[in-house]
Design a binder for this molecule. Structure first.
Ligand code: TRP
Length: 338
């Protein structure tokens, strides 16, 4: 079916996630779960960005395994390869090709202002490679190659998206209308989860304390244990409040997996202690993640199916970007072969 035959052309969504280990509950609630919900309303394109991953040191065998695992997790979380384009970045060489052209429309000073570059170069002082610096240009290429209308991202990626917009506008001004200028998509319900051990910091796989972070493949006992050990405060009433970071975080998690409001949660736990509440959150999270774990187990046992989905996704992705890239090549004056 051609795109034009649909009555109203759906807006296009693009997003990417790095293949670095198991997704956390934070990745799931903050990102992937929303990706899933968007599939009905939008034309969605979702990418495992393994080329971005090598801007920091990776063990090759591990990167390969993590890419497969991230892809399987993405499908297990409900990304449907029949409805959306789900693929691996390195399987579509057009991103890297476009990235080169865009890098010549990106100013050194712009990249030098990126806070993520500053953070990452402080963290990986022994490996401040050029790819780490031009990372946002590749990200701009990911998005602009598909003429995406909307890009769901977390707050930490806003600066990169802003740069992608600037690059698109600049290119369009210089060479004529070529790229859609993408907008940021802020999910309606997008809780930012904090560490269970230090609720002033984001829940992250790099948390020093393993109990701070819940992974979407953790088994029920592990999930219950992590929540039982969650740091709270010296109070005893389950209610949202200033300075109650731990309880606030547990309330957002509980709300995210049960759909209940803060008032409903406060009413539910009135007169009960923190202990009961922590167990209830653990149970609710474990129940919520159980289907994802089951689906992941089923999918990861069927590598042939996963490979076949990857192949199809890559082909669909290349088909879309090939046209955009040749337009760009014509515009900048690259001589074409007949
Ligand atoms: N930089 C993003 C992150 O670390 C991942 C990413 C790469 C991305 N390319 C993208 C996100 C394109 C959205 C669109 O989270």
């Amino acid at each position: 079916m051609s795109e034009q035959t649909a009555e109203v052309k759906k807006q296009r969504i693009f997003s990417g996630i790095q293949p670095t280990g198991i997704f956390t509950l934070g990745n799931y609630i903050g990102a992937i779960r929303n990706w899933n919900a968007l599939q009905d309303e939008y034309e969605c394109i979702y990418c495992i960005v393994n080329q971005h991953a090598i801007t920091v040191m990776q063990e090759p065998a591990e990167l390969r395994a993590n890419t497969m695992r991230a892809y399987a997790l993405m499908l297990a979380c409900g990304i449907d390869p029949q409805r959306s384009v789900a693929f691996v970045q390195s399987h579509n060489p057009n991103h890297a090709e476009l990235s080169w052209v865009l890098s010549c429309s990106t100013m050194f000073g712009e990249l030098n202002r990126m806070t993520q570059f500053k953070d990452k170069s402080a963290k990986h002082a022994d490996n401040i490679n050029a790819g780490l610096f031009t990372y946002p240009v590749l990200m701009a290429a990911d998005i602009l190659a598909y003429n995406a209308d909307l890009v769901p991202i977390g707050a930490d990626q806003k600066q990169h998206l802003e740069l992608a917009r600037n690059i698109a506008v600049r290119f369009n001004q210089r060479f004529g209308d070529t790229f859609t200028v993408p907008d940021c998509y802020i999910p309606k319900q997008g809780a930012r989860l904090m560490s269970l051990q230090d609720p002033t910091r984001k829940m992250s796989k790099s948390d020093e304390n393993a109990n701070g972070c819940v992974y979407i493949l953790d088994d029920k006992d592990t999930i219950l244990r992590k929540f039982r050990r969650a740091v709270t405060d010296s109070g005893c009433e389950v209610c949202w409040g200033e300075g109650k970071d731990g309880i606030n975080n547990l309330m957002s998690i509980y709300s995210a997996v049960t759909g209940r409001t803060n008032e409903e949660i406060e009413a539910e736990f009135k007169g009960k202690g923190y202990g009961d509440f922590k167990s209830a959150v653990g149970e609710a999270v474990a129940d919520h993640l159980a289907p994802v774990r089951e689906e992941y187990a089923r999918l990861s046992a069927d590598k042939a199916y996963l490979m076949q989905c990857m192949e199809t996704g890559a082909e669909q992705a290349r088909r879309i970007t090939r046209r955009v890239l040749s337009k760009v090549y014509r515009k900048v004056g690259f001589l074409e072969l007949k």
